[in-house]
Design a protein around this ligand. Structure first.
Ligand code: PLP
Length: 454
């Protein structure tokens, strides 16, 4: 086995064991049946590495929930949080605070177009909730369009907007959400055989849906610029520009959800930049401060800002623009700038990840599709390349997929997996040699997947 059992003391391992016992005793975990769940203990994190409860050093190819965009324990961000904690650890949102003002300035500097006003939330789901509230108040309309095969958060409205099975338990059809089929070339809902066809047909479907639902009732359309957990399927050329055009034509607020795709992940500051599109509202979280302190927000266009110039915005949070979170955001963004991490993410995608994934596709019959940009990539595993039958059915896992994931962990990786996909989503500053080693390890899991090809 290639994993190392070093650098972790017996005391730390014993403390981890105690933490695990207490966790099973008292902690209620997200998205899990609590009984059988056996969470992994993490004893230490650094850069692109984590150490598990046995002291094994693993390469973090997941960036946790795709949020540690600049890796773990970045010294400049840790120092900024410590310094801010020594100055003002917390302050109510109605007061001016230098950390919040600076974070807002830096975010506005990088958001596309004229999205220059920033409303801070605690994370991504509440950013989505507030963006929709702004859109509803701005337009006086209620319905929201959202794509199937998407994820927008776990709170009541955000999970209803979500287009994956996590919605089902909370969906009573009462939140005013209408789902549409996204452009997804590998598994086209439109029988398209080229990207051009996919774009044209997906946009025609969307326009039909707008007309049939009644544009006068539709407040917003929300779309992940590159859908993340749902499969990192890049919109084909012209699709996002077409969505922008349709939303303008029908007076619908276009919300780009960049919670996962934003802040450098795709090799651009924001994923919409790949296609030169500016939405009316943009939601962010995760990478904005590498997730070191919970933070999310909405970047707001001048037109929507005008709606609330004289009219009070009916919403807020005790921790909106929390100084520790904002100090972490300012330090993260400055680190991204100073260390040229967005450019580095682009290079890693173009020079290392992309070519290696293409080679995986050439060498491994279980690899149906590979796609991505920057440090944001997916591998779709199939049992048959012709039929594209997934290694785990949509909405679940499978014993085969579990074996593949176990093989990746056994090889020394902390992988990110969803349904029949493995995602390659490392930090933007993962050293080249570590990334290459991680991809070598990942190939061992693909050999296991090949065993299931029919
Ligand atoms: N939107 C997208 C695109 C996401 O990927 C996520 C989380 O994964 C969310 C919203 C919700 O963010 P949070 O978990 O911070 O509430």
């Amino acid at each position: 086995m290639s994993t190392e059992i070093t650098e972790i003391s017996d005391e730390l391992i014993a403390a981890g064991r105690r933490a695990h016992e207490l966790d099973r005793e008292h902690v209620f975990h997200s998205w899990q049946a609590q009984g059988p769940f056996n969470p992994m203990t993490i004893l230490k994190t650094e850069g692109s590495f984590v150490w598990d409860g046995q002291g094994r050093k693993l390469i973090d190819l997941s960036s946790q929930l795709v949020n540690t965009n600049i890796g773990h324990q970045h010294p400049k961000v840790i120092a900024a949080i410590q310094e801010q904690a020594g100055k003002i650890a917390t302050i109510a949102p109605q007061h001016v605070n230098d950390a919040r003002s600076e974070a807002a300035r830096l975010i506005a500097e990088h958001t596309p177009g004229d999205l220059n006003k920033i409303f801070f939330t605690n994370g991504g789901a509440d950013a989505v909730e507030h963006a929709v509230r702004m859109a509803r108040l701005h337009t006086g309309r209620h319905k929201v369009l959202s794509a199937y095969r998407s994820y927008h958060g776990g709170t009541q409205l955000a999970v209803n907007i979500t287009g994956d099975p996590r919605r089902f338990a909370s969906d009573s059809g009462s939140e005013g959400i209408v789902h549409f089929f996204p452009a997804y070339p590998y598994r086209s809902y439109f029988g398209a055989s080229t990207e051009e066809e996919e774009t044209a047909r997906a946009l025609a479907h969307l326009e039909d849906l707008i007309v049939l639902e009644g544009a006068q009732n539709i407040a917003a359309l929300i779309l992940e610029s590159i859908p993340g957990t749902a499969g990192i399927y890049l919109p084909p050329p012209g699709y996002l520009a077409g969505v922008r055009e349709l939303t303008r034509k029908y007076g619908i607020v276009y919300i780009a959800d960049e919670v996962m795709a934003g802040f450098g992940r795709s090799g651009e500051w924001f994923a919409v930049n790949h296609w030169g599109v500016t939405p009316d509202l943009l939601t962010f979280a995760k990478g904005v401060n590498s997730g070191y302190v919970p933070l999310g927000g909405v970047a707001i266009s001048p037109e929507i800002f005008e709606t609330f110039r004289e009219r009070a915005y009916p919403g807020g949070l005790t921790y909106s623009g929390h100084p520790l979170a904002c100090a972490a955001a300012a330090a993260t963004i400055k680190a991204m700038e100073d260390e040229e991490l967005v450019q580095n993410a682009k290079r890693l995608g173009a020079e290392i990840i992309g070519p290696r994934l293409e080679k995986f596709k050439a060498d491994h019959p279980s690899v149906g599709d590979v796609r991505g940009a920057g440090v944001f990539w997916a591998i779709e595993l199939v049992t048959n390349r012709e039929t594209r039958e997934p290694l785990a059915a949509y909405g679940g896992s499978s014993p085969q997929m579990n074996e593949v994931i176990a093989a990746a962990k056994q090889a020394g990786l902390l992988p990110f997996a969803n349904f029949n996909r493995l995602h390659v989503v490392p930090a933007m500053n993962i050293p080249d040699a570590v990334l290459i080693e991680a991809l070598d390890k990942l190939e061992q899991a693909l050999i296991v997947a090949d065993g299931f090809v029919k």
